[in-house]
Design a protein. Structure first.
Length: 359
């Protein structure tokens, strides 16, 4: 069983808190069109609403924090986006009624690879229990964090901040992250409620006393609280480790993106604003994406991607020989997977096999 690590800083949800376009589906485009409707219908009021949403957005200057010690960009027009689900202990646990623990961690990590042509995408999950080498980093407050070996991947966020997570992923993979997107799980709950819930199908009963989730096998419409339970469930699936939870997170991500794609945002400007408000309050992006205009432009560039066809892969891992409660990248599979992303080529089937899951 994995043991979570808690530490400062506390990245909280607040209006000026976050805005992130992990909306690599059509949401960026739909928000832009929906806001246009608001402007046309409300005149100055619409502009005020737009400005209010724009002020929600908070960006992280990844380039400044990391410097020039980064992998080369893709040789094509493809893009790589690091997506983190940050777990603000106070916010998430208040929603789940599981107590109040200080600090924040990156409970979910995905490298979204969008190949040249932007008609498909692949999401590579990095298990939070993976032992990695954390490079020397500079925190947002200017203090230095020394390099360290064999640290849990999800501890990097709490110890050194989001820029260090980007740097860690880049150094372990050799893949340049073009953008960074972070969603606060507490805000994510409100986003799901704003769109009216998300439908998922599970192929086994899930009973997790830790998260509070109790779902029989079958198809369910989840509200915000249930969705938060769903993505944080691990004790009720598989072997009870983080590896089982990754499958649920990937399933939910695709269901959420598909739900957003089906929303009639233009038919309901009020609903569009509410969704956009919850989205920008729950998200944080790299500074390049930290405006509604930039998010909408990025969303338009991804119009051809259908969430239902997005491939989901887990970083191949094996149980650590010293600590069986942790995992390490499995070789040569992990190297082959990252190599495919660096060259913007298709991931070979052999690079998707993970010894830890028997795949």
């Amino acid at each position: 069983m994995s043991t979570d690590t808690d530490a400062p800083p506390s990245h909280r949800r607040g209006r000026a808190r976050n805005a992130r376009a992990r909306k690599p589906r059509r949401l960026g485009r739909k928000i832009g069109l929906g806001l246009l409707v608001l402007v046309l219908l409300g005149g100055g009021v619409g502009y005020w609403l737009y400005s209010d949403l724009d002020n929600n957005i908070n960006g992280v200057d990844i380039d400044k924090a990391i410097g020039d010690d980064r992998p080369e960009k893709l040789p094509t027009s493809g893009k790589n986006v690091l997506v983190l689900g940050s777990d603000s202990r106070a916010g998430a646990n208040a929603a789940l009624k599981t107590g109040n623990v200080a600090g924040a961690r990156s409970d979910t990590a995905l490298v979204m690879h969008i190949p040249e042509g932007r008609t498909e995408a692949v999401a590579v999950s990095i298990p939070r229990d993976t032992l990695v080498t954390r490079p020397a980093c500079t925190r947002a407050d200017g203090t230095e964090v020394a390099s360290a070996k064999r640290v849990m991947f999800n501890s990097v966020y709490s110890e050194a901040g989001p820029a260090c997570v980007v740097k860690t992923v880049e150094q372990m993979s050799g893949v340049r992250m073009d953008h960074y997107v972070e969603i606060d799980f507490a805000g994510f709950k409100d986003l799901v409620d704003a769109i009216g819930g998300v439908t998922v199908t599970v192929d086994q009963d899930i009973h997790d006393k830790s998260s509070g989730l109790d779902l029989p096998k079958g198809t369910h419409r989840l509200d915000g609280t249930q969705s938060l339970q769903f993505v944080r469930t691990r004790h009720g699936v598989g072997d009870g480790s983080d590896l089982g939870r990754i499958g649920l997170q990937q399933k939910f991500m695709i269901a959420l993106l598909s739900e957003i794609k089906q929303q009639d945002l233009l038919g309901s400007p009020t609903k569009t604003y509410r969704i956009a408000d919850e989205l920008t309050a729950a998200l944080t992006t790299d500074s390049e994406l930290a405006s509604l205009t930039a998010l909408a432009d990025f969303g338009r560039s991804l119009n051809g991607i259908d969430p239902a066809t997005m491939e989901t892969v887990m970083l191949p891992v094996a149980y650590d020989k010293t600590d069986p409660n942790r995992v390490v990248p499995a070789e040569p599979q992990a190297t082959d997977l990252w190599k495919a992303l660096r060259s913007d080529s298709q991931i070979p089937e052999s690079a998707k096999k993970s010894p830890a899951t028997g795949g």
